[in-house]
Design a protein around this ligand. Structure first.
Ligand code: ADE
Length: 340
């Protein structure tokens, strides 16, 4: 987050302890509690039942899609439903083959290894994963130079579950070793409303239907953001109202947080403004844009862009990002069509 942005972002990735705790309290444990992603749930039910009937471990699976849609939650649900242990790690944490080896050799048959941000694995570790995924074998090089030897380690029949926001960055050999690839989509407003009501119940809150509807409307169709907004409105209702969460409280809280009716935060509007004011509406390369708004390129691409694109406010062209006519309209500006 750029130091020039003072307002705390509701949509930025989960990192604070409090948010992680909230995520885990509200996270559904069983597939039947999980709201939305109907097609994925149906497929997972069949895959799990078939594996159980055959007495086998689950196939390796990859979940991809924008942050906050429930990829990690699904991995934990699979471990719960299969009564399997789960070990959680992430691409950037696994720096050496040895890190991977110590994780894999400590697993048992049927256990799940969850690798978040799997697109950020380095090449050496990724290549060590290929035989591990395919033949449950790990080739370890012992020693150096001409006397180096390859040690073949047999591994338990584990299940790898990978998660990524950037499927396009995965290499073909890695992607093709997953038995199931699932793309998580944005949730419908009705599904988000159901999630908000479920979370409110877990947190013991009183919420009116118009309050759940207002929160869903600003949630960017993303459960993680919806749950964070719920928390913010809860705080607001507790301090400025009678604790009851309704539309009025939600609207006041959102206005204070500078979240507009489409669920856009100041940073989103800043992105649009920067493209228009500094780069003539685009096209502008993603690296330049990230530098101009003082954000990491990954955060721009994974967190902010998906929803701006979903709303049709910006578009991706081969030469970079452009603000669309809708984007201009959102800023209250007149759009002059350019030849690009
Ligand atoms: N909390 C966050 N995501 C959820 C989902 N998909 N279903 C139920 N509760 C959730």
């Amino acid at each position: 987050m750029s130091s020039s942005v003072i307002t705390e972002s509701v949509i930025a990735p989960a990192c604070k302890k409090e948010d992680l705790l909230l995520d885990s309290t509200l996270r559904p444990r069983q597939l039947k509690e999980y709201i939305g992603q109907q097609k994925i749930k149906e497929s997972l039910e069949i895959i799990m039942e078939a594996a159980k009937n055959r007495g086998e471990s689950l196939e390796h699976m990859l979940f991809h899609g924008p942050a906050g849609l429930g990829k990690t939650t699904l991995a934990h649900i699979l471990s719960y439903e299969m009564q399997a242990n789960i070990k959680v790690t992430s691409g950037p944490i696994l720096e050496r083959t040895g890190d991977l080896a110590s994780l894999l050799t400590n697993l048992n048959d049927g256990d799940i290894l969850f690798i978040d941000e799997i697109h950020r694995l380095n090449r050496t570790v990724e290549e060590a994963l290929y035989p591990a995924m395919e033949d449950f074998r790990l080739d370890i090089v012992v020693g150096k130079g001409p006397s180096a030897q390859v040690l073949e380690l047999n591994l338990p029949r584990f299940t790898l579950i990978g998660a990524t926001t950037r499927i396009g960055l995965l290499t073909n050999p890695l992607r093709s070793r997953f038995g199931g690839l699932f793309r998580l989509n944005l949730y419908s407003p009705a599904e988000i409303q159901t999630i908000v009501n479920r979370s409110a119940k877990i947190l013991n809150l009183t919420i009116e239907p118009n309050g759940a509807c207002a929160i869903a409307g600003c949630s960017r169709r993303n459960p993680r953001i919806a749950n964070r907004l719920l928390k913010r409105v809860r705080d607001f209702a507790q301090v400025k109202g009678d604790g009851i969460i309704n539309e009025k409280m939600a609207k006041k809280a959102f206005s204070m947080l500078e979240i507009d009716n489409s669920g856009l935060e100041k940073i989103d509007r800043d992105i649009l403004k920067v493209i228009v004011e500094k780069f003539g509406g685009g096209p502008i390369g993603v690296q330049t844009l990230a530098a101009a708004i003082g954000e990491e390129e990954d955060t721009l691409v994974d967190v902010y862009e998906p929803y701006l694109m979903e709303l049709g406010l910006i578009a991706r062209t081969p030469r970079g990002r452009v603000v669309t006519a809708n984007g201009y309209q959102h800023l209250g500006l007149k759009h002059i069509a350019k030849k690009i």
